[in-house]
Write a protein that binds this ligand. Sequence first.
Ligand code: ADP
Ligand code: MG
Length: 239
Amino acid sequence: MNLLELKGVHTHIGAYHILHGVDLVVPQGQVTMLLGRNGAGKSTTLRTVMGLWHASQGRVVLAGQDITAAATPHIAALGVAYVPENMGIFADLTVRENMLLAARAARRAEQMDAGRLQWIFKMFPAVEKFWNHPAGKLSGGQKQMLVVARAIVEPRQLLIVDEPSKGLAPAIIDNMIDAFAELKAQGVTILLVEQNLNFARRLGDSVAVMDNGRVVHAGAMEAFSADAALQQSLLGLAL
Ligand SMILES: Nc1ncnc2c1ncn2[C@@H]1O[C@H](COP(=O)(O)OP(=O)(O)O)[C@@H](O)[C@H]1O
Ligand SMILES: [Mg+2]
């Protein structure tokens, strides 16, 4: 079953026609990688799913429900978490306060689901270690961990992340891969935009490649990852 489906989605930003009929499926319980050159329309696609842009044509369907015209808070309330590119954390607030801001149901840290917090701490030890420290003190990799931790502070059915590995050192990328694999093991469906082909290959079950505002290839990651000529022609680079 597909948790998320985009059917012929067109998105305009002002006078610009950015998405030209995006067809994309995100199967339930899997990790789907959205790849493509800079400017292909990946971030615009994610923003259209989240209702930050609205499709001028086509449909966005979440678990069988049409969310094409839905407002962002409604989409979030349906259990979709979104981590935008270069997502700012609140540098002057502590890690705990950053997490608390994302936990809509909790007013105080003591009200956050304790079991869930322990699970998050296990995936992202830096979140626990720096719990009472200003988030601005974290390294780049730790900040990236914090934004993902913040996105899952409440149970989610779909996690959407725009370029989680950007600017991260290889060791941190390994931790990030482990964390996403753990989320998947817990039943979270994941849609990731990635530039790092190696990261994409290690985590992805399926892949969709965008070019010029369309999905130009979709299929199993295994087949894509074995086909250097296809990677070269779609991305201009190969593993
Ligand atoms: N706010 C905006 N205003 C005008 N054009 C935009 C805006 N955001 C993105 N674009 C354009 O839309 C195209 C797709 O951008 P984007 O979705 O960010 O691509 P990607 O994430 O694949 O790099 C690019 O040509 C970009 O310049
Ligand atoms: Mg982008």
